[in-house]
Design a protein. Sequence first.
Length: 196
Amino acid sequence: MKQTILDMEQYAIDYNVPIIEKKSIAFIMKYIKAKNIKSVLEIGSAIGYSAILMASSTPDVVVTTIERDETRYMECLKNVKKCEMEKKITVVFQDALELNLSDDLKYDLIFIDAAKGQYTKFFEKYKHFLNPNGTIITDNIKFHGYVGESSKLDKGNLKSLVEKIESYVDFLKNNSEFDTKFYDVGDGLSVSTWKK
Ligand code: SAH
Ligand code: MG
């Protein structure tokens, strides 16, 4: 598995795939262990890097991961196989905003790491699949340090993307159902749990 992980890191550089930062995935793996998380739903598999590392956190955690890009989905399947993780990881080839999961599926952890402009939509759709003690973690909450600085950016795609992440941060801060903590690790993580 170690070599496959290294190969994936190189592939991500060569093909410009935005895989998670090492410090962030280390944080999530620690969280999975500490909270004894058994099931994870990931939105945005890319090539399977974070899914494989999350699945390797403990012997019994299983991961379902969703990816809409066919090339990345195929690459993800290949990597899951190479790591002999087929029993622990289910890869779903679909747009997460179109997918209809069965209502009785529930997860201990939902990891949002797909299109940054759609974070609020993912959160609102997938919170219904979270266990009562479950957690939603979101990656790239700082987006290279631009979040909070959108007013300084020129009009364009970057500005509008950053504004969307800023509005997601506000959405989390003002959420009546969830408490959220923000962590300055890697590209920024948020950790949301149901209010008690
Ligand atoms: N979690 C991965 C990186 C994911 S990059 C890792 O750290 O290793 C984000 C991925 O989300 C991209 O591959 C992109 O194709 C996918 N994506 C974006 N929007 C999506 C959507 N609506 N449904 C499914 N996948 C999506
Ligand atoms: Mg990310």
